[in-house]
Ligand binder design. Sequence first.
Ligand code: KIV
Ligand code: ZN
Length: 521
Amino acid sequence: MNTKPQDRVLIFDTTLRDGEQSPGATMTHAEKLEIASLLDDMGVDIIEAGFPIASEGDFKAVAEIARQSRNAVICGLARAQLPDIDRCWEAVKHAKQPRIHTFIGTSPLHRAIPNLTMDEMADRIHETVTHARNLCDNVQWSPMDATRTEWDYLRRVVEIAIKAGATTINIPDTVGYTAPRESADLIRRLIEEVPGGDEIIFATHCHNDLGMATANSLAAVEAGARQIECTINGLGERAGNTALEEVVMALRVRNDIMPYETGIDSTKIMNISRRVATVSGFAVQFNKAIVGKNAFAHESGIHQDGMLKNAETFEIMRPEDVGLAATNLVMGKHSGRAALRAKLEDLGYELGDNQLKDVFVRFKELADRKKEIYEEDLIALMRIATDPEEDRIALVSMHVVCGTEGPNQARMTLNVDGAEQTTEQTGDGPVDAAFNCVKALVPHDARLQLYQVHAVTEGTDAQATVSVRMEEDGRIVTGQSADTDTVVASTRAYIHALNRLLVRREKGGSDKREVSYKDVS
Ligand code: KIV
Ligand code: ZN
């Protein structure tokens, strides 16, 4: 008997696992907790919080997310090994609704890595799923690279996993290889042909290498999958995973032809999209569906004329549906503290009195330099104001000389561990000169992996937001800042990353990943 409701599609978010594992997208412990809480609030059904065996840091994050969970099922990833599964259970067991997700690569290429025969792998699957099910009554199993696994073998191992007690079978398109019709056929055949296949939930997990992840996920749903695995902004390795906002809005806008519901409050999409972009350091492309800066902008004359007469002429969804205010011009120089608090609450920030005091000072400084303050400006301000980590290095003052003649020069004073120090350096451009000052005052070997500048709003007085990613000895940290002066924002972002690196160094190797989900042997 089929017990699953036919019209409800579960949303399984893996931003904190598959998304965060993509090179450079590392988040801090506090950021992971914040994103998990936002996901829970927006109605995500299952949050894949991490890969507990990978590092001490991953374990602690999954355990803490499990403890703080309210409505969502909290899931951890484990390879097909008993110690992985035990460690995963130790972390997720604190959740009101825990889930263990265990997997093994089943395609010929993946079977070759642990060097298992088909029969040996089948035995391993039986043993590990049984073990997981003895610990937890909610077990998900994935045949990694399912879309390149021989059909007969896939059918065989899915049946074994179901018999061993898996309650959800996830079918990953690990390398983004499948296409919509094939994605649908695979799910349909598994449901129809595997004994017990109509009694469990089938999930679809697509990567976007050929730009088809959303289409492939929706095709799988039409064929009977009832769980979509996805990430905010499509964050993930290479071309990323299926984007949560795309599948959720597609199911909502085209409910006439895809009559399935999700539990997602779509008005929370923009806020979480911005937070994930900030904390991961992966900016959202301007023309990205649903959450891109241009997704609701109508600039051409014909479009604007049509929009003024009837918004539906060129809009298939309203900006409010995804949490974008119709106008976001919010405040100016004369706005008071209560108005600031109210606006920040609207944007999803709950501040204590002391935090509000700090943010208000920064807001006033900004309002002195910039006439109109938009939502984006406030969000950029909050990026800096909400980082709970203690700073050992702070910018006291800087002065930069740049232009077409002569070397670019920077003079800078930093407060390092309570003592002020000053230097003067040159560089290839003002940012390089400023960064050279930081390096001279705080010598380090960290490698700059990414330096990215964006204008928050339009106009020459716009704030620049800068993201910096640095790597030292396998530890990756990101830093952000915003200022109307691009060189100051860049310097602050660099110092922010450096502060985080010092914290990581002090903690030792605890958050360094020793294991990747690709180490399958
Ligand atoms: O893409 C993939 O195959 C995965 C698995 C670990 C589920 O992320
Ligand atoms: Zn994946």
